[in-house]
Design a protein around this ligand. Structure first.
Ligand SMILES: [Zn+2]
Length: 269
């Protein structure tokens, strides 16, 4: 029985070493990611492999055009992603997978589908952000398309970012077909659901980001910004939104929404 764990343990070990070498995660982020990986290892290997694909593909895109992102003030910090970021994007799918082991078996497929859909959203969102910030044109605000915002401001979308969201979600849906091959009879419909809800999650994220997330205005450049200091160095002024709602909170909220929607859809359809 233990022999079955050799492959996942080796894969997780190699992934952790690579993440540490390239500073994709800081120490807290790495410890949290390892904890989530161990939960998944003993609850669902397909979800573990899908989660690893999310982690790797998103980390690679983070490094793509890093210099350009740095100059726009939207690059991930050099030390790597933190505990809160890992927990807010990986916590919901890991918790759901843990729940799937203890609930009555008729609910299990719906809960696993909800977990994978929240990973599809997390991947769509990260791909959208990492590709979108490379766009030559400034993003438009989803709730008011006439307003253009600087790259990286929550609630903004670009064509390149939407392409990233669709591709990122599609990758997880395709991977679902691969890792669950022979595990469910007709997984095509559920793969479609994962793909659509992953992408819808990214849209929902942009909406929540625009409405709930704290927004500031740079006193010098007069542009919207998500943080208290603008890249020009000037202080910003509070405009609207809840101060405690940062990007991680929007991610967590969206994952909870998307996984609930998928759970009920797959239960009643
Ligand atoms: Zn400024």
């Amino acid at each position: 029985m233990l022999i079955g764990y050799v492959t996942p343990i080796v894969l997780v070990g190699v992934a952790a070493a690579i993440a540490w070498k390239f500073k994709a995660l800081d120490l807290g982020g790495l410890a949290t990611a390892l904890l989530l990986a161990f939960i998944l290892m003993f609850t669902s290997l397909p979800v573990l492999y899908i989660m690893m694909a999310f982690f790797f593909s998103s980390s690679i895109l983070t490094f793509l055009g890093y210099k350009s992102k740095e100059s726009k003030g939207v690059a991930e910090r050099k030390g790597g992603r933190r505990t809160a970021q890992v927990l807010c994007s990986g916590g919901v799918p890991a918790a759901l997978t843990l729940v799937s082991v203890v609930i009555p078996s008729e609910y299990k497929p719906a809960v696993i589908l909800a977990a994978i859909s929240s990973i599809a959203y997390a991947n769509a969102d990260t791909w959208a952000a990492e590709l979108g910030t490379l766009s030559k044109k400034d993003p438009i605000l989803l709730i008011n398309p006439r307003i253009r915002v600087p790259p990286g401001v929550s609630g903004g979308i670009t064509l390149l970012g939407e392409f990233g969201a669709l591709t990122g979600s599609a990758l997880i849906a395709l991977l679902y077909l691969v890792v669950t091959n022979g595990y469910r009879s007709i997984p095509i419909g559920s793969a479609g659901l994962i793909f659509l809800l992953g992408w819808l999650g990214e849209i929902l994220d942009a909406l929540l980001g625009a409405i709930l997330q704290v927004k500031y205005v740079c006193t010098k450049c007069q542009v919207l910004w998500d943080h208290e200091t603008h890249i020009c160095g000037a202080r910003t002024e509070y405009l609207r939104g809840y101060r405690f709602v940062k990007n991680e909170i929007v991610n967590l909220l969206t994952e909870l929404l998307i996984s609930s929607i998928v759970f009920f859809i797959s239960l009643y359809l």
